[in-house]
Design a protein around this ligand. Structure first.
Ligand SMILES: [Zn+2]
Length: 195
């Protein structure tokens, strides 16, 4: 069990000296994610068609998380095939950070897995699962998701798109943090806990 103060450092630090802590905490947090299935990314062709939901692409190195990306799609198979071919081609700008992280650990597409976290045709539920699970693996050293503020999860008060999500201490819980949401819309600014 980690202290909230360590979790906060690990998830928000850009400082190389916090790398080991960040990897340990993201591995620990990643291991709390419940997957309904896990397969190799190379075997995406075998995955069912037209599944809507939330997935994680990941790899491990010596039992520690070395790569993670949490994504959302209304057609997971097609989306993952796009990820796969763009990693292989290695030209799309979006995938530069992906390849950089893989290279750093001497890994490649053969080392990547995908796990399904949620199957749902409810868009807001998918957005919610996306943000919760990005925050589990969020750090500079093992994650390639872009900034949290770009997530589309809709505010429960005004229905607006952009929100700010932050970690807050929750010492009584199994995972000692909660996720606090603040709506960025000027006339709303509602604050509430996501988990
Ligand atoms: Zn709002």
């Amino acid at each position: 069990m980690y202290k909230y103060s360590d979790i906060k450092i690990a998830k928000q630090s850009k400082n190389e000296s916090n790398r080991d802590l960040a990897i340990k905490i993201s591995t620990w947090d990643f291991n709390t994610i419940k997957f309904s299935s896990v397969s190799k990314l190379n075997e995406i062709d075998l995955f069912e068609k037209n599944v809507q939901g939330v997935y994680v692409i990941f790899s491990k190195l010596n039992d520690e998380l070395s790569f993670s990306y949490v994504g959302i799609s209304n057609n997971i198979r097609t989306r993952l095939k796009t990820h796969k071919s763009n990693i292989e081609k290695g030209v799309d700008r979006t995938y530069k950070p992906w390849l950089k992280l893989l290279n750093k650990n001497n890994q490649n597409i053969d080392d990547l897995y995908f796990g399904i976290i949620l199957i749902s045709d409810n868009e807001q539920e998918r957005f919610k699962f996306e943000i919760i699970n990005i925050m589990k693996v969020w750090n500079k050293f093992t994650n390639v998701n872009k900034r949290l503020r770009d997530r589309k999860y809709h505010c429960i008060n005004c229905g607006g798109g952009m929100i700010n999500a932050t970690y807050v201490s929750s010492p009584d819980k199994e995972i000692p943090y909660s996720i606090k949401i603040k709506c960025i819309r000027k006339h709303c600014k509602k604050k509430y806990m996501l988990i």
